[in-house]
Design a protein around this ligand. Structure first.
Ligand SMILES: NC(=O)c1ccc[n+]([C@@H]2O[C@H](COP(=O)([O-])OP(=O)(O)OC[C@H]3O[C@@H](n4cnc5c(N)ncnc54)[C@H](O)[C@@H]3O)[C@@H](O)[C@H]2O)c1
Ligand SMILES: [Zn+2]
Length: 331
């Protein structure tokens, strides 16, 4: 199924002829902020936060769907950050063997990443996103107005993923970001709309070209090998941990004779302008353990994403020992 992605003011939803058989799923935090907009719809509210992206919430939502008489022809709409959109997609893909769902991502990470690409998931015990399905939403509504209530740190965390898309695929987009950091940080609506549009297009393109992560889709993991490994121990928001990981990978790219030193110097300036962290101190042993246990590892090591130049990614297989050496040298 092809997902329709469109920019529209939330009030424009009414024009889409949504019948009463629409049920919204959101988290309590967003419900507090936006319940006045949701009054026309039946709404299921789950607790906020990653700890609630679990079976217990799935059971709760399914109980509510049954109470509301939700059936195969109904539409479930996930309204929230990546936690809500992941959980909504998962529930919709298994309830009655799968019913239609749509997403209205409200966090920047949701708009440019989590809602795009058709992956749904919940966490199980200490395993993140270990239970899930591939199931695309019917439509995704993008509306930058939600970002006005998003905390600043969460906004920067999303910006890091935006920068990632530019770095791995598109030098022109990267130049645009470099020249518009002021507008981006001030959330100037046309600039925000532009970078969201570019980002989701890049992700959709990659996912369509390589749905099973054999080649290009791996590039989306740029900055994520070290990023994931330090996210937990440093209690960093995901995108900020990825920013540190992207800088680490860029430094390696220079040392391996791929990226030019001048490109790295400009990237560092861009980081400063966007207020993204280039490095943090962390426990190397713990980080290596996390990399070793990552679900994206292979038996001998990890497929690590480097930059050939700004706008061009390349996959390089590192043995664990090599990666340990780079961490010892650079971190
Ligand atoms: N499916 C995928 O391909 C994919 C890709 C990347 C990330 N993810 C998932 O996305 C999740 C992270 O997403 P997230 O950072 O949006 O987390 P989140 O959904 O937990 O949101 C973080 C916090 O921000 C609040 N929030 C969201 N939008 C807001 C707004 N407009 N105003 C005020 N507060 C708002 C939420 O209520 C929550 O408290 C993780 O579970 C991750 O696994 C999925
Ligand atoms: Zn990410």
């Amino acid at each position: 199924m092809n997902t329709e992605v469109f920019f529209e003011d939330f009030s424009g939803l009414a024009k889409r002829n949504l019948s009463s058989e629409v049920v919204f799923i959101t988290d309590e935090h967003l419900y507090q902020l936006y319940s006045h907009l949701l009054t026309p719809f039946s709404t299921i509210v789950i607790e906020s936060g990653e700890d609630h992206k679990v079976w217990a919430s799935v059971e709760y939502v399914i109980e509510q769907l049954l109470k509301l008489g939700v059936h195969r022809k109904s539409l479930i709409v996930g309204f929230g950050g990546g936690m809500v959109t992941d959980l909504t997609g998962f529930v919709a893909s298994v309830y009655m063997r799968g019913i239609n769902f749509a997403l209205i991502p409200t966090s920047l990470l949701g708009m440019v990443d989590a809602a795009i690409g058709g992956k749904t998931a919940i966490n199980f015990k200490s395993f993140k996103n270990i239970i899930g399905t591939f199931s695309p939403p019917k439509w995704i509504l993008l509306d930058e107005q939600w970002l006005n209530t998003l905390p600043e740190e969460a906004y920067r965390s999303g910006l890091s993923e935006v920068l990632k898309y530019a770095l791995i695929t598109n030098n022109r987009f990267y130049q645009w970001i470099y020249e518009n950091t002021d507008k981006i940080l001030k959330k100037e609506p046309s600039a925000v709309r532009y970078f969201i549009e570019q980002s989701q297009l890049i992700k959709r393109n990659i996912v369509e070209t390589d749905p099973y992560e054999k080649a290009e889709r791996k590039w989306l993991n740029f900055g994520h090998t070290l990023g994931h490994a330090i996210e937990n121990q440093n209690k960093l928001p995901h995108g900020l941990a990825v920013a540190v990981g992207m800088m680490f990978a860029s430094e390696i790219s220079v040392r391996m004779g791929l990226l030019k030193q001048t490109e790295l110097d400009i990237l560092k300036k861009n980081y400063q302008a966007l207020n993204l962290p280039s490095s943090v101190s962390f426990d190397k042993e713990l980080a290596l353990k996390a990399i070793f246990n990552d679900k994206k590892r292979t038996s001998s090591g990890v497929d690590f994403i480097l930059l050939k130049s700004v706008g061009e990614a390349v996959t390089h297989h590192f043995m664990f020992l090599e990666l340990k050496q780079w961490i010892d040298d650079l971190c």
